[in-house]
Design a protein around this ligand. Sequence first.
Ligand SMILES: C[S@@+](CC[C@H](N)C(=O)[O-])C[C@H]1O[C@@H](n2cnc3c(N)ncnc32)[C@H](O)[C@@H]1O
Ligand SMILES: [Zn+2]
Length: 310
Amino acid sequence: MSFEHKAVLLNEAIKYLNIKEDGVYLDGTLGRGGHSFEILKKLSEHGKLIAIDRDIEAIKAVREKQPENSSLILEHANFLDFDKVLNKHSISKVDGMLFDLGVSSPQLDNAERGFSYQKDGPLDMRMNQNQALTAADIVNNYSQKELIKIISDYGEENWAVRIAEFIVEARKKEEIERTSELVEIIKAAVPKGARRGGGHPARRTFQALRIATNDELNQLQKLIKKSVSFLNKGGRIVIISFHSLEDRIVKHSFRELAKDCTCPPDFPICVCDKVSHVKVITRSPIEAKKNEVDSNPRARSAKLRAAEKI
Ligand SMILES: C[S@@+](CC[C@H](N)C(=O)[O-])C[C@H]1O[C@@H](n2cnc3c(N)ncnc32)[C@H](O)[C@@H]1O
Ligand SMILES: [Zn+2]
């Protein structure tokens, strides 16, 4: 079976990367290479693209379509370890970085990966299948209190307390192993009348478990902090996020990195030691146009923000 993935905000991402044909670029979320292939088109034989994914399936699929060559380097790694990958290839800094967060359509569409509440599969949800922790470990072993926190913080789910209660009750009888079992438990916990907006009652809990399993928000925060010192002057960092929790982190982290000295003007010298590292290029987030949303529902919640190293 072949799973397609339509790259979201493709033209916008390329535009904000401001690609120099001889530059060195990093795609930290290769997926099926939608953005990477477009970056490659803009590079001369002297340019380079290092593309990373923590899902080996992504690396394999792209390797098949586009064999590595002098311009393309593919590496199976967590984007947090991009410095190690660069180091391995004797690269100290890059001219641009792209991170298109979240899951890819192939991950979502493959029931065996356990990401989907619409397909029955094992409660897995690991982007990197070498990782030990699965969603099933969380659902079956975390305390009720921890479950409430995850479902409420990462899912922004109003029914977190009841869902956690129902999970803990159900797992006393037997381990919850399948996505479909969890969906039934959530459906029982969330009263029919309370299912606002017509969205699937399990959507928020699945999002929460996916974020927790893959430690997505902590890693995003660390990534942004780390990234700027690996950008050449004028180099861009472009991030596409898919829900408000991610976008908030990107927005605040960029703002923090852009902050200049905050000492009162009458101080003779700076005592705060703040220097701005970047200039934020996107005043408000860039969103997909109607025609893209119509042809790709995943684009509906996408938000792109970009910053430039100064
Ligand atoms: C939305 S998809 C990227 C799609 C890609 N831009 C395209 O057009 O085909 C996100 C990808 O990032 C990967 N990913 C998410 N978090 C990651 C991390 N911390 N390190 C490396 N890859 C990650 C996922 O495995 C997934 O393949
Ligand atoms: Zn200061």
